[in-house]
Design a protein around this ligand. Sequence first.
Ligand code: SF4
Ligand code: SF4
Length: 512
Amino acid sequence: MNNEQPRKARINIAFISQLIFLFLFLILFVTTEYRGKDEISIAINSFFRANPLVTASYLFAEKALTWLLLPGVLMIVFSAILGRFFCGWICPLGTIIDMATRKIRKKGPIRMLQGNVKYYLLLPLLFAALFNVNLAGILDPIAILVRALTFFLYPLLGYTVRSGWTGLYGLIGEKRDFIEPAYGFIRDYVLPFRETFYPLAFLSFGLFLFILFLERYESRNWCRNLCPLGALLGLLSKFSIFRRRPGKVCADCGQCADICPTSFDSEILKKEECILCMECEVKCRFHRVNFTLKRPKGAVAKEAPPVMERRVLLGGLASGFFLSRAFSFSSPSNQERLLRPPGAQNEAEFLKKCVRCGECMKVCLKSALYPDYHKAGLYGFFMPVLIPRLGYCEYNCNLCGQVCPTGAIPNQPLEKKKKNIIGAAAFDKNHCLPYAKKIDCIVCEEHCPIPEKAIRTEPVEMKNFEGKTVTVKQPYIVEDLCNGCGICEYVCPLEGKSAVEVYAKVKRKIKQ
Ligand code: SF4
Ligand code: SF4
């Protein structure tokens, strides 16, 4: 007879940690925004800097590391010692999955997702990085979550609250002034600075919804079968010395196999899948489960399988190579208008460093940056491009460099940032009013922020279309002064296409 006593319900500290990190994540998300100050001291970039997948892919692509990713290196070391605690204690996407889908009845595993699928996603990403094509950000779980929030949910929240506030005025009139302080707080500290409609918003949100939808089949379906970060942490955790005891279910109970969200394959615990959520320890009625640094007796041989089958490794290497070639193609005709954020001077370097987190686009003061979907081919997907007709780079702003987690956009002092060259403006003389219609227009010249003026005008005497002699101020660009900020293209009063456009310089450089 079993004389062990049922244990009292205990608090799961892993769950408390999940709540704390989710809260921290959301706080950092809303602070990564222009809030009237020129500096953003804390930002969501911390979650990317501590991300092992971002760190590993950066290291493989750059063949070097940056001190910015030091937390990611530490996270790799800790994961090799402790196991996959990131997934069960920190990952905000994992926590949202747990919280949003806890009550969903599971239909059972999807057979085609089981087995090595996640390694067939992780390895090509890492090997493609070795061939200088860094694609990890496309499937990185933190990047997927931040993009869904930045491009879709956050602007939607801002739009809904602001239009609701306006609608309230129609309903209760000036009585709404009683709640003005509450609205003022939300506007200043929670809502986005402005609502921007981003291309790829629906795709970004759709990817996030797809991950939630997978929960219809089994718990943490994304985490156990697809997530490349989870796969990397699983590989690291094969070396970990922190483990659950016992390593399989007890013959007289077996409840942990039902409680566990990820790790049991029938009766055996798969160490690389264990996310250390501690549910089995907290809920074990007989005090039998614990997590320890000691090895279970007699389990040494069983727990040391090869880190990876050779065919998976070779398959990953080959597909990484093909992926890197396929993603490298981009049409030269799109490149002339391929403008990157200020400071991203070397396109090849920028492509290797950008993790597609969307933070630069989120903080861009004048809504100049948007996720790309065609200009730089497949490789540039979700990376920022500057579209001057929609917004321009503010001369006195360097926020994007402040929040970029990997240094793809360097964090430069304002005076240095002003000297970065994004592109060069050029007039379309068939379109520009002083040239085409022979009438004055000095809008672009007035807005040019360069103190010495990179757009100037010269008076030219000519005959207008009625045959009268007139003096028209014709604008021209001073190439050595223009930094390609795009404000001239943005403010050009013509409908549709602007008469002055910014073109990429093949090699972006810094003004001396
Ligand atoms: S498997 Fe991926 S999404 Fe899931 S918890 Fe781990 S890192 Fe987050
Ligand atoms: S360039 Fe923008 S999208 Fe790319 S990593 Fe930096 S902040 Fe993120």
